[in-house]
Design a protein. Structure first.
Length: 279
């Protein structure tokens, strides 16, 4: 199958490319100049090689033209585009048409509009985790160290708050200590929120990262990796809770091994299809 890969920042695009190759897909990559690592060019030149094209944020028409010229009818988005970059977009005519459909400029609305325009041109977005299902967090305790009773109470307290802000598309991460919310994610990203929480409350904070109640798995799925754990250790955070089956753990087993080595707790909250907490 001819597959399009729309690449943002981080390791996610590299892993998606590897997964698509393993399944024998012919991949065309559209990389975002302001976000994607230049190292993706080397990865694209691997076996089999993938065509890689660079576009700027806002060049939606060029992105569509590249994919259509390659015969692509299915694509995945992999990798974050920093929310703050939204304010610097210089849109082309196609992007302007997408933006004109919006009442708000939150993440879901923006990317949904892009997905609709891609579909209008015969390109359907697949779930971004299609080739990475083994990397989705499992339910239950995922590390050797179990949470203490106080930490479990903090995490249980935090779920209601985290689910609320995620449902409002504000952010997907909160940090809690002693049943009080220390920090809430907005546009700055998870690692910055963790660092700020450490500065405000000191060691012993718990990090809760959730999927949205109606999470669209085509884009903006929750992602954690070794940098998340490093940020936690620097801030003195001891527990990370993620939503099982809906959160990508980008470094796989190395993530859990690092957490074990540094006595960090990672748990996967199980949620039903209706979004109800199954822990």
């Amino acid at each position: 199958m001819k597959l399009g890969l729309i690449a943002g920042n981080g390791r996610f695009p590299f892993l998606a490319l590897e997964g698509a190759r393993r399944l024998g897909h012919d991949v065309t990559i559209v990389a975002i100049q302001e976000e994607t690592s230049p190292a993706l060019e080397k990865a694209a030149a691997g076996d089999p090689p993938a065509d890689l094209h660079w576009v700027s944020l806002g060049q939606l028409g060029k992105c569509i033209a590249i994919l259509r010229d390659a015969g692509v009818t299915r694509a995945v988005m992999a990798g974050q585009v920093k929310h703050t970059k939204v304010f610097g977009i210089v849109p082309d005519l196609t992007a302007l048409k997408a933006l004109s459909r919006l009442d708000t400029k939150n993440t879901d609305a923006l990317i949904s509009a892009v997905a609709d325009v891609l579909a209008d041109h015969g390109i359907d977005l697949e779930n971004s985790t299609t080739f990475l299902e083994p990397l989705l967090a499992r339910p239950g305790l995922l590390t050797r160290r179990a949470a203490t009773e106080d930490e479990r109470e903090d995490v249980a307290f935090g779920y209601r708050m985290a689910d609320a802000i995620a449902g409002l598309d504000i952010g997907q991460t909160i940090v809690v200590k002693d049943r009080a919310v220390v920090a809430v994610e907005a546009m700055e990203g998870t690692d910055v929120v963790i660092a700020r929480a450490g500065q405000l409350a000191g060691p012993g904070v718990s990090v809760i990262k959730v999927a949205k109640p109606d999470q669209d798995m085509r884009f903006d799925v929750p992602v954690v990796g070794l940098p998340t754990l490093a940020a936690m250790r620097e801030a003195g955070a001891t527990v990370l809770s993620v939503d099982a089956g809906m959160t990508l753990v980008l470094d796989g087993e190395a993530f859990y091994q690092w957490a074990d080595e540094h006595q960090l707790t990672v748990v996967g909250r199980e949620r039903g299809d209706d979004g109800v907490d199954r822990r």
